[in-house]
Design a protein around this ligand. Structure first.
Ligand SMILES: Cc1cc2nc3c(=O)[nH]c(=O)nc-3n(C[C@H](O)[C@H](O)[C@H](O)COP(=O)(O)OP(=O)(O)OC[C@H]3O[C@@H](n4cnc5c(N)ncnc54)[C@H](O)[C@@H]3O)c2cc1C
Length: 482
C-alpha cells in the first residue's frame, strides 16, 4: 500500500562522496530537516543532510498535506494545559508557517499543486458545538474571522462547522524535493541511504552511521522519533498515534479541507493533479491502543464506503508523535545539539516552524518561539498526569502484545521468541519479536506484512529489516544487536 505522494517523484542525483567532517549535520530529510537545510543553505553554511532512505519518504510522504492553522481542538488543549496567551502564541507560529510555505512557493516558483481552500473544523456530537463557539471567540480575539455554519460542503456527518479564513493544500513531496534541489545548487550536500545509529560528543560531535562516522560541530536531529534513547526523556514527553488514510479517484475536486473537532477523527481534503483525488483519514488513536492494524483498515474501508460512493484506490497508515503538553519539541537539547519532533499531526506547519526556529538559533537570530517550543521546558502538574497515563498505556500495550495471538507462528529458538511468517511459496521468514528500541513485543500486521511495535511505532519487514524507527537496528534472527 503506497501513498499517492510517492508516485513519480524523481530521485536526487547523487555522485558525491560522503563528507566525514562538516560544520552542520542534519539527520533526517522530512519536512523539518529539508526546511532547515533550505534555510541554512541560503546562509552558505557548510551543511550536510543524511537520511536512512530517500528524503521525504518518511511520515511526510504519508501525510494528508493540509497547510492550516485550523487544527481540531489544539487551542483549547493548550489553553487548558497552559493559558490562552500560550495558545495564541502557538496560533501565531502556525500562521507564520502557512505564510512561509506560500511565500516560498511563490518566490522559488515551486510547482506543487498548492491551492487555497476553505477550511473547516466540525462537530459530530452535541457537546462539541459549545467547543466550536469557544474556538470562534478564541480566533476572534486573535483577529481571525470565522463563521459557524450548520453543515459542511461534503457528505460527512456534521452537526455544526466552523469555517476559517483561507488555508491551503499541496503536494508535500513536490515541495520538499524542490527545496532540496535549491539547497544542493547553493552548495549544501544531501546523502541518502545513510543511517545514523549513535551520537557521541568529544571536542565535536561524532555521529556513527552504517557508512562510517561523521564529525560535525552542530547536529540537528529531524528523524521524526529521535534515533537515540538519550536524552531518554523523549519517550516520556510524547506518545505515538497511528492514523489510516485512503485515496480515491473522483470526478471533481472541491476547494475544501476539513477535520472533526474531537475524536473519532474524520479528515478530508481533495488533490488535483492529472486526476482528481479525494483523501480521507480516520482511525486515529494511540498506537498503544491499536494493536490490530487489520481491524483499523477494515473499519476505515467501512467508514469510507458509508460516506462516499467512489472506490478506494490506495490505503496506507502512518504515525505521528504527540507531545503530552500539546506543544512540539523544537530547539537545543544539549550544546550544539538540536531536536525537532512532536508535531502532533500538524507537521507541515510545525516542521516548517522547526526549520525557521532551528536555523534562527544556529544563526544567532532572535525567535519568539524559542522558549515556547524548547524541549527543555518545565513540567507542570497536568503534564505529569499525562505522562503517567501514557506510561500506563505503554505497559498495557506491552502486556497485550505478549499475550495476543499472532496470525503467524510464534516459536522459541535458542531461548529467544521468534515470529515466523510463511509466504505463498512455503518459505519461512523469521524475526525476533522483541523490539531493539525499548524491548516491547512486536505485533504482525497481516495487511502490510510488517512487524510493528505497539509502544513506540518501529516497523520491520518479515525478515526483520528495519522500515521505520525509532529503532535504529534491524531485528532479523541473525543480526539483532543485544
Ligand atoms: C495521518 C496523518 C495525516 C497528517 N496530515 C497532516 C496534514 O494534513 N497537515 C500537517 O500539517 N501535518 C499532517 N500530518 C503530520 C505530518 O505529516 C508529520 O508531522 C510530518 O510529516 C513529520 O515530519 P518529520 O520531518 O518530523 O518526519 P519524517 O517525514 O518522518 O522525516 C524524518 C526522516 O528521518 C529519516 N530518519 C529516521 N531515522 C533516521 C536515522 N536513524 N538516520 C538517518 N535518517 C533517519 C527518515 O527516513 C525520514 O525521511 C499528518 C500525520 C499523520 C499521521
Amino acid at each position: 500500500m503506497m501513498s499517492i505522494w510517492k508516485k513519480g517523484i524523481k530521485s536526487l542525483k547523487d555522485d558525491t562522496e560522503l563528507d566525514r567532517e562538516v560544520d552542520i549535520l542534519i539527520i533526517g530529510g522530512g519536512v523539518a530537516g529539508i526546511t532547515t537545510l533550505y534555510l541554512l543553505s541560503h546562509e552558505k553554511k557548510n551543511v550536510l543532510l543524511i537520511d536512512k532512505g530517500r528524503i521525504g519518504y518518511g511520515v511526510t510522504s504519508n501525510t494528508t498535506g493540509k497547510i492550516t492553522y485550523l487544527q481540531d481542538h489544539i487551542y483549547e488543549d493548550i489553553s487548558k494545559m497552559y493559558d490562552e496567551n500560550t495558545a495564541s502564541q502557538y496560533l501565531r507560529s502556525q500562521l507564520e508557517a502557512c505564510s512561509f510555505i506560500k511565500d516560498t512557493i511563490l518566490k522559488e516558483k515551486i510547482t506543487c499543486n498548492y491551492k487555497e481552500v476553505d477550511s473547516y473544523v466540525f462537530a459530530t456530537k452535541q457537546e462539541e458545538i459549545e467547543q466550536l463557539n469557544w474556538l470562534k471567540t478564541f480566533l476572534e480575539n486573535n483577529h481571525i474571522k470565522s463563521e459557524i455554519q450548520k453543515e459542511l460542503p461534503v457528505s460527512l456527518p456534521c452537526l455544526a462547522s466552523l469555517k476559517g479564513e483561507k488555508s491551503a493544500v499541496f503536494h508535500p513531496l513536490k515541495y520538499l524535493y524542490k527545496l532540496a534541489r535549491i539547497s544542493l545548487k547553493r552548495g549544501a550536500k544531501i546523502k541518502e541511504y545513510v543511517r545514523a545509529y549513535d551520537i557521541d560528543k568529544k571536542e565535536t560531535y561524532e555521529v556513527k552511521t552504517d557508512k562510517g562516522s561523521i564529525k560535525a560541530k552542530q547536529v540537528i536531529v529531524c528523524t521524526h522519533y529521535p534515533f537515540f534513547v538519550k536524552p531518554g526523556y523523549v519517550p516520556l514527553k510524547t506518545h505515538v498515534e497511528s492514523s489510516y488514510i485512503v485515496s480515491s479517484i473522483v470526478d471533481e475536486c472541491k476547494p475544501v479541507s476539513c477535520i472533526t473537532y474531537q475524536k473519532p477523527v474524520l479528515s478530508l481534503r481533495y488533490h488535483q493533479d492529472r486526476k482528481s483525488y479525494l483523501l480521507f483519514a480516520s482511525q486515529s488513536d494511540k498506537i498503544t491502543k491499536c494493536v490490530d492494524p487489520l481491524e483499523n483498515y477494515q473499519e476505515l474501508e467501512e467508514k469510507f464506503s458509508k460516506y462516499f460512493k467512489t472506490s478506494i484506490q490506495e490505503m496506507w497508515s502512518t504515525h505521528d508523535i504527540m507531545p503530552n503538553d500539546y506543544l512540539p519539541l523544537i530547539g537545543e537539547i544539549d550544546d550544539d545539539l538540536y531536536l525537532a519532533t512532536g508535531f502532533q499531526k500538524w507537521g507541515m506547519t510545525n516542521g516548517t516552524i522547526a526549520g525557521i526556529l532551528i536555523s534562527d538559533l544556529i544563526l544567532g537570530h532572535n525567535n519568539e518561539y524559542r522558549e515556547l517550543f524548547s524541549p527543555k521546558r518545565k513540567y507542570n502538574l497536568k503534564r505529569c498526569y499525562h505522562t503517567i497515563i501514557d506510561g500506563i498505556d505503554t505497559v498495557k500495550a506491552m502486556t497485550i502484545s505478549l499475550l495476543k495471538k499472532q496470525p503467524v507462528d510464534i516459536r522459541y529458538e535458542n531461548g529467544k521468541r521468534i515470529g515466523v511468517y510463511t509466504d505463498s511459496n512455503g518459505v519461512e521468514h523469521k524475526i525476533h519479536t522483541l523490539c531493539p528500541h525499548m524491548k516491547c513485543h512486536l505485533c504482525f500486521n497481516e495487511e502490510d506484512l510488517t512487524w510493528e511495535c505497539p509502544c513506540h511505532g518501529s516497523k520491520f519487514d518479515v525478515d526483520g529489516n528495519l522500515l521505520e524507527g525509532p529503532s535504529v537496528f534491524d531485528n532479523c534472527t541473525n543480526c539483532q544487536k543485544e
